[in-house]
Write a protein that binds this ligand. Structure first.
Ligand code: CMC
Length: 374
């Protein structure tokens, strides 16, 4: 075994091949720059691209939207379970349970063929928003709002949460965040999904495990943690002071830094103007001013740029969404990327089973219980 290639966190280690996305020359999905996709396409179009490898024709897109629309429904038993989960359970735990439960009512759950995995991916993408929105309504003692099957996923998320016609620019802003969250190479949750798939397990198991990985604040959980400090800091001056103190205490500022983008996350730059526009529209300029000052200070003092979660967290707040829905929104979008990786893993599978460098006790003999000292 070559012990010289060990790196904590597998930093810089190439752990597999992929044709789904690349980050060497900006972020690209299937070769297309994320900037162009965010500007011109929709979440559904990008989901089709990532799952199938090519942009859809109009006919293919219509059919794909229709498939998602038709799949937007939950068995009554799942809605009843969402009602019965104790009130304080974190929404990400509910999403994890929801992904697993959806498998119990999916007739193809155990089928790992390409056709079945693709069909299940579409159903998961269509139904996870219902898990999130229904649970959110139920925990507030409200009736669930059924989806409008002829509308987009982003429209339906806002519609089902609020029972109100959403503004088109709000739908578009949400849609752009979903496009940007779709896929990101071998991040922790995607790698988790691939490890599960490599054992020849099924898509619902891979997605359930991946949700567990995404939940952590060093990964997807960061988009919620950003609000912990943004809601606390009331002026740019207070913000500047807080950054200095936090960095002195060696704390990590959530929403900043990235393992692979050392000079800046291209997704953050795309979302910044949406944040500014929505903040102005919704009377949240004070938070935007605080956010700008924090960014300036973290860059100046530590030379660390923001990642996608910094603007995404703010954008969701300006849309008036409950903070614990932010990482679940990431789940909904990234389910596309996870599914594409599961398909890619299945297509050329090799069990993922790396080695560990042993640093424990030297070889020794068993000591009988009566001879061990207290
Ligand atoms: N705040 C303050 N210092 C930081 C941060 C941060 N957010 N990120 C990195 N650093 C410092 C780190 O302490 C170290 O400093 P020093 O050299 O003085 O010890 C230096 O930068 C290098 O950090 P690293 O440990 O090599 O970075 P990493 O590759 O392990 O970290 C990261 C990547 C994302 C875990 C980290 O940047 C972080 O904890 N960020 C905050 C959590 C976050 O926003 N996560 C979202 C990631 S992007 C999208 C997603 O997955 O959701």
């Amino acid at each position: 075994m070559n012990e010289t290639i060990y790196r904590p966190g597998l930093e810089g280690i190439v752990a597999g091949q992929t044709s789904i996305s690349s980050i060497a020359d900006g972020l690209r999905y299937r070769g297309y720059p994320i900037e162009q996709l965010a500007q011109h396409s929709s979440f559904e179009e990008v989901a089709y691209l990532v799952l199938h490898g090519e942009l859809p024709t109009q006919g293919q897109l219509d059919q794909f939207r229709n498939q998602i629309g038709q799949a937007m429904e939950l068995p009554e038993e799942i809605t009843a379970t969402l009602r019965s989960i104790p009130p304080g359970v974190p929404m990400m735990d509910v999403m994890r349970t929801g992904a697993s439960l959806l498998g119990h009512w999916d007739e193809q759950a155990q089928d790992i063929s390409t056709e079945a995995t693709l069909a299940k991916a579409v159903r998961l993408v269509a139904r996870l928003p219902l898990v999130m929105c229904y649970r959110h309504r139920l925990r507030q003692g409200q009736q669930v709002v059924p989806p409008r099957k002829d509308q987009s996923l982003a429209y339906n998320i806002l519609w089902m949460l609020r029972d109100q016609e959403p503004q088109p620019d709000h739908v578009r802003a949400l849609d752009v965040t979903l496009i940007l969250y779709v896929e990101h190479e071998f991040n922790a949750s995607t790698f988790t999904a691939r490890v599960v798939a490599s054992t020849l397990s099924d898509l619902h198991s891979a997605v359930t495990a991946a949700i567990g990985a995404l939940k952590g604040p060093l990964h997807g959980g960061a988009n919620e943690r950003v609000l912990d400090y943004l809601l606390k800091l009331r002026s740019p001056e207070e913000a500047a002071q807080w950054v200095g103190q936090a960095l002195q205490r060696k704390e990590r500022i959530m929403g900043f830094g990235h393992r692979v983008y050392r000079t800046g996350d291209p997704r953050a730059a795309i979302l910044a103007p949406y944040c500014e526009q929505l903040a102005a529209q919704t009377g949240n300029q004070p938070m935007e001013a605080v956010a700008a000052r924090i960014e300036q200070e973290v860059r100046q003092q530590k030379n660390i740029p923001p990642n996608v979660d910094y603007p995404a967290g703010r954008l969701y707040y300006y849309l008036g969404l409950a903070v614990d829905l932010y990482t679940p929104l990431f789940v909904i979008s990234r389910t596309v990327g996870w599914s594409a990786h599961v398909l890619e893993q299945q297509a050329a599978n090799r069990l993922i089973r790396p080695r560990a460098r042993y640093v424990g006790a030297q070889p020794r003999d068993y000591v009988p219980l009566e001879q061990r000292r207290e």
